[in-house]
Design a protein. Structure first.
Length: 409
């Protein structure tokens, strides 16, 4: 999977830790709703709360953790958040074995894991910026993106088989231990990490909670990229449940066909991630960002034409392949742009604000599109989202001030 320059032993351990936890996440994909339905006999409202309320509450809990992590060495923060996720997830199989598992526990665990995940992402971006020179950040982000899509291909089928043989609780345990292995890998990376620029204050001031958003909105490049990401991700994810209802309901697709329609095209993400660096080297990061960001917005509108049978299945797979390929190119270039544009002492706060907003917007738009799907029907609601997605390229940054000028602020 590796291409390009060698990035050193520490990055190698960080990359391996990322791949391990990503595989664990995909192995347990959908396990919580299945546990709620099969074990706790939860209704539709409770199942929906696991993803919506859990994600929103986790994002709210993560808001003060960005400023907290900013002024601490990032490797201990990464290890700590991995161990928090390990411990929280492990309570689920433990409670199940003891016969005391409850829906409230599942909800609390989802909140803790969501908050720890956001903090880990923010700290890992800051750690990566201290670990590698600027010219190697795109290589590193492309490798992370390639790994993410590889795990998307192999994880769900393995997880589905494990759920069929052992049940969803076993896959949650596997996910928990993937975080333990990730923590051990990051600890094995070793090395000396520079101290933060200043010591944290005795108490976190309320104004510091908004520092990440202020920094993003004040930057001529980060601001449009942020708005584009929030709008695109929110609208795209909002239609997932509606497409599942349409394909598994009126169109009559079998569950394995539905899974195949989204698993196989993930190969496009792997290919796109591998091409991101060569394309950026030849055409420049800004041009690739705008081109890939524009092209990825065109594909989802095609889902409104999905029909039954083999033709409909191939249409979905073709749309997803094109979409995921463009995302595979766009995502590492976008992640590199964020790190390049953000001063070293502000990365954790900026990435926390970015991820919190994206996840909160996704949860909100998913709820809104659920209502629209009920009122207009799934196909019309999917078409409306596709039409709005066509406007998201207008938010992409067209010009950028020099990075050096921004870094001095």
């Amino acid at each position: 999977m590796r291409s390009g320059p060698r990035l050193g032993r520490q990055f190698g351990w960080l990359w391996a830790a990322y791949g391990t936890s990503a595989l664990g996440t995909w192995l347990a994909f959908g396990a919580f709703p299945l546990i709620a339905i099969q074990v706790l006999h939860a209704g539709p409202a409770e199942v929906a709360a696991l993803s919506s309320v859990g994600a929103l509450a986790g994002a709210a809990v993560a808001v003060p953790l960005g400023p907290w992590a900013e002024f601490r060495r990032k490797r201990p923060v990464l290890i700590g958040t991995d161990l928090v996720r390990f411990a929280a997830l492990l309570t689920v199989p433990a409670a199940f074995a003891l016969g005391v598992l409850s829906f409230v526990q599942l909800l609390l665990v989802s909140v803790v894991v969501a908050a720890a995940d956001i903090t880990f992402r923010a700290a890992s971006g800051a750690y990566l910026k201290t670990l590698l020179p600027a010219e190697h950040l795109l290589v590193a982000n492309a490798r992370f993106e390639s790994t993410a899509w590889t795990m998307t291909v192999i994880g769900p089928p393995l997880g589905g088989a494990a759920i069929g043989l052992l049940g969803p609780v076993a896959t949650v345990a596997a996910d928990a231990f993937s975080y333990l292995l990730s923590a051990l890998g990051i600890r094995a990376a070793g090395g000396r990490e520079p101290r933060p620029e200043r010591r944290p204050a005795a108490r976190l001031r309320a104004g510091e909670l908004l520092d990440g958003w202020r920094y993003i909105l004040a930057d001529a490049t980060l601001r449009p990229l942020f708005l584009n990401t929030v709008a695109f991700n929110g609208l795209l994810m909002a239609t997932d449940a509606l497409l599942a209802v349409l394909m598994l309901g009126p169109l009559g697709f079998a569950p394995w066909q539905y899974g195949l329609a989204f698993a196989a095209p993930a190969i496009g993400g792997l290919l796109g991630a591998r091409l991101a660096r060569p394309l950026a080297t030849r055409f420049g990061q800004r041009r690739v960002l705008v081109a890939a960001g524009t092209l990825r917005a065109i594909w989802p509108a095609g889902l409104v034409f999905v029909g039954p049978g083999t033709g409909g299945l191939l249409l979905v797979m073709g749309v997803e392949l094109g979409l995921i390929f463009c995302c595979g190119v766009f995502n590492p270039v976008s992640a590199t742009c964020r790190l390049d544009r953000t001063a070293p002492g502000r990365v954790a706060r900026t990435l926390t604000a970015w991820t919190v907003t994206t996840r909160a917007a996704t949860a909100l738009l998913t709820a809104v599109w659920g209502v629209l799907g009920a009122l207009l029907g799934p196909r019309m609601a999917i078409g409306l989202a596709g039409a709005l997605l066509l406007a998201t390229p207008l938010l992409l940054p067209r010009r950028a001030e020099p990075v050096a000028d921004r870094a001095r602020r």
